[in-house]
Write a protein that binds this ligand. Structure first.
Ligand code: BGC
Length: 797
């Protein structure tokens, strides 16, 4: 027993030194004694046996030593960290081991689209360690299929386990606040209900393998610009209803092993240093039971982080080690607090495959997992346009394939969300294997061009330098004409890449480049003149402008960044082997200027003369002036017509909806039911969406909000399925900042079932006779100065 360890809350300097000496000497078992072993002895005994220095190490990672990274560029790790044996090359983070107490080191690895580790280890290695690149998160959300996403999670998690990783640093679940967010591809949606449910499905799938996840980046990390010094200024209501809600749902539905705090500040405090966020909300109000880790080098004050409930500091630095050691000596950090953080680390260790002695093979079932990636990819693609039933293409069709990314598919985004995969199936390959014949002269032209342009790209300088997208190849009339004569249909693929370290630009990124516009114009003019169709495939990670050019295309397939099997999945959809059933989980606005307060993005530098940027950047702030009016909540309430609305997506078949019934029980359990029938000619799946318009009450309310969704089974022509949704009063509630409570106001609610947020198929009025306070909280994460959120009747800039 070490009573002195627990009584030194504000221990004076001398006392603390004494206690360190005691702990190092008396507290440690002699060689003759058997040291308590984790898992065999109680946690209390293990804690008591740990020296203060071991405890400090347990809450700080071993440092970051990525291969090929110049020494000295990254902050040094804690003493001896670089000597700790590495279990999996290229994994992003590790914890310390304490072998004498049976505590192994854990290995943590990115990222949201697949396990990110070094694929080749050492020059002589005959083995490779490529992982499956699954479709990006935005595509997974567009499936609206939690069963499918769980399946992806199960496959993904098997690779985490079989590559020897303990915790996957995913899923990413920040809100798509602005289309320019550089990491939007790693995130799901502009809506928290989609985000929370899809994230929970992935977490449950991954963790079914006995490995952990880390839902990230908690929270309000919606941009890359100045990300480590950015203060996101957000009202309490917008925080609760939009930016935290998805995390809350994911915690409730999947209780992930860990949460990763974000880089930014929220209302003046780093999230990793915020007791409001990490203790009061996450643990006390939401009941989170796991561990919180920092994002890599995130935050400023290691001691404040531990006190706030951020248990593990990754990847771990010497500075943090020194600061925590000093704070423990001075009593600024109590041993009781440190013990709490260490306990959470030990609890995590005990759950891990490493602790359980799992013998990993480094040979996951890549083939089977590729099949899952392909299926998910096809299921999340969104058919945006299909004039004159241009799609599906008949299998015998001869195609002319335009656009670099037809030959050089962008499987995913860059940065820590990228995956080292063995191969990427291009659209050209996918179509060819599906029996289409691409015009050979054109294919050769593009292949040569892409090869030459790729060779010109210098190797990225840093870990996070995005790979530039190759500029579109200019086409001369004599190059176009033979293709147009020989082919039945034109397919133009347009691609975009973005990733960690930078946000996107409006010009030539959100919008098409001049070369892309020219290509579209040339091809559509030539093919349409021959009565031939033009199909555009969008190989993008986020939202792009479509309104100005879509009329030139007969069909538009939003293929997103579909992972390594993307070319096959595109061919599956274009051929009709798979009937598209994805829908938008994020609005495509007509123009960037339609995004509320878009001109404020990505915020302003506090010192206008400073040089801002990605990664470290400079002190900056961004005020979330639109409040809760994010995405469709804005477009639908303020009547701004989008190019394609939230929830939108076409199919090769049609669906009809039966009457909607809504019943409220005396206990305020609400059941909504609708029958959906495939009224077309081919089998298909429908995404059924339940929206609610709430009475105004004391607060401004959005026109409607998504409350639940479901995807039908594959319905054969004529086949019906009854979809049942269950809601609680809490699902109807809004956050009233004045009383810090969630309230379902009394009055008339309109419950709507829709094929999108605007294609409403049926609605029923529901009365709530009395207001219900569904959750009571207290002011948390309060803005430093009062914020005036956008309200109905005002104009967003
Ligand atoms: C990213 C995280 C990632 C971590 C480890 C950070 O730069 O923001 O998402 O998990 O690095 O690679």
């Amino acid at each position: 027993m070490q009573p002195s360890l627990h009584c030194g809350r504000r221990a004076p300097h001398l006392g603390a030194f004494l206690f360190l000496a005691l702990a190092a000497g008396l507290g440690r078992p002699t060689a003759a004694q058997t040291a308590p072993q984790l898992g065999k002895a109680s946690l209390k005994e293990v804690l008591a046996a740990l020296t203060p220095d071991e405890k400090v190490r347990l809450v700080i990672g071993v440092g970051f030593y990525p291969s090929g990274f110049p020494a000295g560029m990254l902050p040094p790790g804690p003493p001896g960290g670089d000597k700790e044996p590495e279990k999996v090359a290229g994994a992003a983070g590790r914890t310390h081991a304490v072998p004498r107490l049976g505590i192994p080191a854990l290995t943590l690895s990115d990222g949201p689209a697949g396990v990110r580790i070094d694929p080749i280890r050492g020059k002589d290695s005959t083995k490779t360690y490529y992982a499956t690149a699954f479709p990006v998160a935005t595509l997974l959300a567009s499936t609206w299929n939690t069963t499918m996403v769980r399946r992806v999670g199960v496959a993904f998690g098997s690779e985490v386990r079989d590559f020897g990783i303990d915790v996957l640093l995913a899923p990413g679940m920040n809100i798509h606040r602005n289309p320019l967010g550089g990491r939007n591809f790693e995130y799901y949606s502009e809506d928290p209900v989609v985000t929370g449910n899809i994230a929970a499905a992935l977490v449950n799938g991954v963790e079914s393998n006995g490995v952990g996840t880390s839902i990230k980046h908690f929270a309000v990390n919606n941009q890359e610009f100045n990300r480590m010094q950015l203060n996101s200024r957000v009202s309490e209501r917008a925080l609760r209803e939009i930016y935290l809600r998805g995390f809350q749902l994911a915690v409730k539905k999947s209780q992930p092993w860990t949460v990763m705090s974000s880089y930014n500040k929220v209302n003046g405090t780093y999230t990793s240093q915020s007791p409001d966020l990490l203790t009061t909300l996450l643990r006390q109000e939401w009941g989170f039971k796991g561990l919180v880790m920092t994002d890599w080098y995130g935050g400023q004050d290691a001691v404040a982080q531990l006190k706030a409930g951020n248990d593990l500091l990754e990847p771990g630095t010497l500075m943090q080690y020194n600061a925590v050691t000093e704070a423990l000596k001075s009593g600024q950090l109590t041993l009781a607090q440190l013990d709490q953080n260490v306990t959470r680390v030990l609890e995590l260790v005990m759950k891990s495959p490493t602790f359980k002695g799992y013998k990993f093979s480094s040979q996951p079932a890549l083939k089977a997992n590729a099949a899952v990636a392909r299926q998910a990819a096809a299921e999340g693609m969104v058919l945006l346009r299909n004039q004159g039933a241009a799609l599906p293409l008949a299998a015998s069709r001869k195609v002319a394939l335009f656009g670099n990314t037809s030959y050089n598919l962008i499987a995913g985004g860059t940065g820590s969300g990228d995956v080292n995969r063995a191969y990427t199936i291009s659209i050209a390959q996918g179509l060819s294997q599906a029996g289409f014949v691409a015009n050979p002269a054109l294919s050769q032209l593009y292949s040569q061009y892409v090869k030459a342009e790729k060779a010109k790209i210098t190797k990225p300088k840093g870990l996070l330098d995005p790979a530039p997208v190759i500029a579109e190849m200019p086409l001369a009339a004599d190059q176009l004409q033979p293709a147009e004569q020989a082919a039945d249909v034109a397919i133009i693929t347009l691609g975009r890449s973005a990733g960690e370290g930078g946000d996107r630009q409006v010009q030539d990124d959100f919008t098409l480049t001049a070369a892309e516009q020219m290509l579209l114009k040339q091809v559509s003019t030539a093919f349409h003149a021959q009565g031939k169709k033009v199909v555009v495939v969008l190989n993008v990670g986020g939202v792009t402008e479509v309104a100005s050019w879509r009329d030139q295309a007969d069909a538009i397939l939003l293929a997103w960044q579909p992972g390594q099997e993307g070319g096959h999945a595109v061919a599956d959809v274009l051929s009709g082997k798979v009937n598209p059933s994805g829908k938008l989980a994020t609005t495509f606005p007509v123009s960037y200027a339609d995004v509320p307060f878009s001109s404020n993005f990505p915020g302003k530098l506090l010192d206008a003369s400073a040089k801002g940027g990605g990664l470290m950047g400079a002190p900056a702030e961004n005020t979330y002036e639109e409040g809760i009016y994010v995405g469709y909540r804005y477009y639908n309430t303020f009547k701004v017509k989008p190019a394609y609305e939230f929830g939108y997506g076409l199919s090769y078949t049609t669906f009809t909806y039966g009457p909607l019934t809504v019943v409220r029980s005396p206990a305020n359990d609400i059941t909504a039911r609708v029958s959906v029938t495939n009224s077309g000619k081919v089998a298909g799946k429908e995404v059924v969406q339940l929206y609610v318009s709430a009475p105004k009450g004391q607060l401004d309310k959005p026109e409607s909000e998504l409350k639940a969704f479901a995807k039908t089974n594959l319905l054969q022509p004529g086949q019906s399925q009854v979809i049942t949704f269950k809601l609680k009063a809490a699902d109807l509630a809004s956050f009233n900042t004045a009383t810090s409570s969630w309230v379902a106001d009394a009055g008339t609610y309109i419950v709507k079932v829709g094929a999108s947020s605007q294609a409403i198929k049926g609605q029923v009025a529901l009365q709530l006779p009395k207001a219900i306070v569904t959750e009571k909280s207290r002011p948390l994460l309060v803005p430093q100065q009062p914020l005036t959120d956008l309200r109905v009747g005002q104009v967003a800039k």
